[in-house]
Design a protein around this ligand. Structure first.
Ligand code: 2RA
Length: 358
């Protein structure tokens, strides 16, 4: 009998992309697919693979008969409900931050550590976690390089899209762009903020740390964690170490929000134990099906978010040998934060679990 799948958070921003991914698959391993959401969205009809499904309310019974339950909901909802799904016999694949650093919960990127999905002993709580989209965006590339050359340290700057802050982030960016367009702003400190205030868009209300995002960049992502660090930067450090299996990996990240709708970019400075060349890195990237190498800077060929959004692979370019650091490469990656960064990786984990159940 084919395994059954539940999608919790079916009507949210990532849940919607998830349904798009399921509908776009040539074939799926699933028998029943069940859509689950809060009471507010229960009763909605959504077409999945040609069949109109009714969204059911998030309740313990909603997990009865389910083999794999994907969660695309806020941390506190996952923290409460993923264990309920697991107790009812499902393997919960969770895209929230609730379990990522739990020692009994593997943090999985199939290209890097698919072995963690192979055996239920690896997920004793019945929960598998999906990484944060910022970390995820560089993992396929770093995993390939680490296997060959042994990663020892990582310095990362992110350029994160507004949709990382959810639908509110997208709506806010569009509203700000509309309010500032065609006014010749951006050459006097405070003029963008003043224009937003005048347009009835006070910056105090934004998901971007009380700072305009239009015509600007904002060096603040996630919540402030003390000692100068934001949560997003600590996630990059902790999650990279866990996924790559390098507990002592030296990592320093600066996470910055930019006025891009969807697709996170990262400038990566990675140092290895062994000598690494651009040619060898190119070969590894070309051999990795989930990476597209776009690296001909002289002719203007490099990844950029507006050209990558909506695509499944990670785009890698600007690969170069760091001039003053031995065994070190600098490169630039772009990945759709709602697809590989969230829905797609979660779905790929679910597919791998299904293959083991079959
Ligand atoms: C962000 N990484 O971009 C977060 C979303 N999970 O804000």
């Amino acid at each position: 009998q084919s395994p059954t799948l539940a999608l919790v958070g079916a009507t949210g921003a990532v849940g919607t992309v998830m349904i798009d991914i399921i509908n776009g698959r040539e074939s799926v391993p699933w028998g029943e697919i069940r859509l689950i959401a809060s009471a507010r969205s229960a009763g909605k009809k959504i077409t999945v693979r040609g069949e109109e499904l009714t969204v059911v309310e998030l309740k313990p019974e909603a997990f009865d008969g389910i083999d794999v339950a994907m969660f695309d909901v806020p941390d506190e909802v996952s923290a409460e409900w993923a264990p309920v799904a697991a107790a009812r016999g499902a393997v919960a694949v969770d895209n929230s931050g609730a379990f990522r650093m739990d020692d009994e919960v593997p943090l999985v990127v199939p290209e890097v550590n698919a072995d963690k999905v192979g055996n239920p002993e690896h997920y004793p709580k019945g929960i598998i976690a999906n990484p944060n989209c910022t970390t995820l965006s560089m993992m396929a590339a770093l995993g390939a390089l680490h296997r060959e050359f042994g990663l020892t340290s990582l310095v990362v700057s992110s350029y994160q899209a507004a949709s990382g802050a959810g639908q509110d982030g997208i709506d806010r960016l569009y509203a700000e762009l509309e309010a500032v367009a065609g006014k010749g702003l951006g050459s006097k400190a405070g003029d963008v903020r003043a224009a937003l205030e005048a347009a009835g868009l006070p910056v105090a209300d934004t998901p971007f740390a009380g700072t305009p995002l239009a015509l600007n960049v904002v060096p603040s992502a996630g919540s402030y964690k003390g000692d100068g660090w934001f949560s997003e930067e600590l996630k990059v450090r902790n999650e990279s170490r866990k996924i790559l299996g390098i507990p002592g990996l030296k990592v320093s990240a600066t996470c910055v929000r930019v006025p891009v709708v969807t697709t996170h970019s990262l400038a990566v400075h990675a140092t290895f134990e062994r000598e690494v060349t651009v040619e060898a890195a190119h070969k590894l990237f070309e051999a990795q099906p989930s990476i597209v190498l776009t690296d001909d800077p002289e002719n203007g060929v490099f990844p950029s978010p507006a050209e990558v959004v909506g695509a499944d692979p990670t785009y890698v370019g600007r690969v170069r040998q760091a001039l003053d650091f031995p065994n070190t490469l600098d490169f630039f990656v772009c990945g759709d934060n709602l697809r590989k960064g969230a829905a797609l990786n979660t779905y790929e984990i679910a597919e791998q679990v299904a293959a083991k159940l079959a």
